[in-house]
Design a protein around this ligand. Structure first.
Ligand code: PLP
Length: 382
């Protein structure tokens, strides 16, 4: 078992006064910083509506905030957990009905993606991923000299699962983002299962990483976690993030569920960092606060419907989104739209090749922010 799963975590410095002063800041993470640092300036930047990263404008729920406050005591000075980290692992294991050894936690799920590529891909074991999809696995594969097979999304902007399964033969790992960032599309549990069974039959040594960072946001009852498949197939594992519906991007908490040996291979390949006791305590509180996550899902859906209908009224199409962002066919380069919006203090998403000539990703802020942003979109597009 890895050190992380034993809960041996050292406390890392967290500027508590600043962090705790605002749930808004905790919810705003740094997705853009990883890919286009120039788009990732201070979340507080003067008057700019920042809907370029898939963050959570509302931040953590009240119970997570209370847990943060309650956890700051002199005990924090006894700062080398298992405090809270073991409890977080136990809480997750109980919820998914898996052994604690089947759970790994890390400082954000991004590190798990990086570690997985390092563990399972190499010069002779390609990564299979989609185009466009979340870029961390692709970037890490290139960094270590592993070939990357990018499979374009289909005409409905969904992952092309048949083509990905074909490409998986002999691959080190498949990255399957469900729901997908940036397109917002999602596959049903039966489609995921069909894909997994096919790849496991044709290429049993290939690992499959199913990234469910956004799955809390779907309202489609057919879209479900693949956690059960991880118990049947040791090569299949899922990752989840507290940065999205839980609104805790700034606290850096993510986790994976899979076979113990698979998780060990990841933590051996890559240091997932040691979770600090405040983040773990907030994550436990947030995980148990299902009422808050339901509210968050509903609020996100309300804002998503409003923003999607605004674009559709203007004559532009977008796939139905299962996430906190939408991917709109603007029939013009994303850069053109982005520059025009930024002139009016609205910052929208970066380029997502190969669709940067037509599509732009817009992350969802608060309703108030989106009402203002939609006014700007109308002016720019009409
Ligand atoms: C699909 C997907 N997976 C993983 C991550 C990483 O999230 P975190 O490291 O904050 O958990 C992101 C961040 O935006 C994402 O979009």
């Amino acid at each position: 078992m890895s050190l992380t799963r034993r809960g041996f975590a050292r406390t890392v410095g967290l500027g508590t006064a600043g962090v705790l002063s605002s749930s808004f800041i905790i919810g705003r993470g740094r997705e853009a910083a990883a890919f286009e640092p120039e788009l990732a300036d201070d979340p507080d930047d003067d008057g700019i509506i920042r809907i370029s990263s898939n963050e959570n404008a509302r931040g953590p729920g009240p119970k997570a905030m209370a847990a943060l406050h309650q956890t700051i005591t002199t005990r924090t000075g006894r700062g080398y957990p298992p405090d809270h980290t073991n409890e977080l692992v136990a809480t997750i294991a109980e919820k998914y009905r898996v052994e604690e050894a089947s759970v790994v936690v890390g400082t954000g799920s991004g590190g798990l993606l990086e570690g997985a590529v390092r563990a399972f891909c190499s010069a002779t074991k390609p990564l299979v991923t989609a185009a466009p999809t979340y870029g961390t696995p692709d970037r890490m594969a290139r960094q270590i000299g592993a070939p990357v097979k990018m499979v374009p999304v289909d005409g409905s902007l969904a992952l092309d699962l048949d083509a990905m399964a074909d490409a998986a033969s002999g691959a080190g790992m498949v990255f399957f983002c469900n729901p997908n960032n940036p397109t917002g599309t999602a596959h049903s549990a039966s489609a995921v299962e069909g894909f997994v069974r096919r790849v496991m039959r044709d290429s049993p040594s290939t690992k499959i990483l199913i990234d469910e960072a956004y799955i809390d946001y779907t309202f489609d009852p057919d879209v479900k976690t693949a956690s059960l498949l991880t118990q049947e197939f040791p090569s299949v594992f899922i990752t989840r993030s507290f940065s999205k519906a839980h609104g805790m991007a700034g606290l850096r908490v993510g986790y994976g569920i899979g076979h113990e040996e698979t998780l060990d291979a990841i933590t051996t390949a890559w240091n997932l960092g040691s979770m600090n006791t405040l983040s773990a305590a907030a994550a436990i509180a947030s995980f148990k606060d299902t009422g808050h996550i339901d509210d968050e899902r509903r609020e996100n859906a309300r804002i998503r419907d409003f923003t999607l209908s605004a674009f559709r009224d203007l004559g532009f199409s977008a796939a139905d989104s299962h996430t906190n962002h939408i991917f709109v066919d603007l029939k013009r380069p994303a850069s053109e739209f982005r520059d025009a919006c930024l002139e009016q203090s609205v910052r929208v998403g970066r380029d997502f090749p190969p669709m940067e000539h037509t599509h732009c990703r817009i992350s969802l802020g608060t309703m108030e922010e989106m009402e203002t942003a939609v006014g700007v979109f109308r002016g720019v597009l009409s």
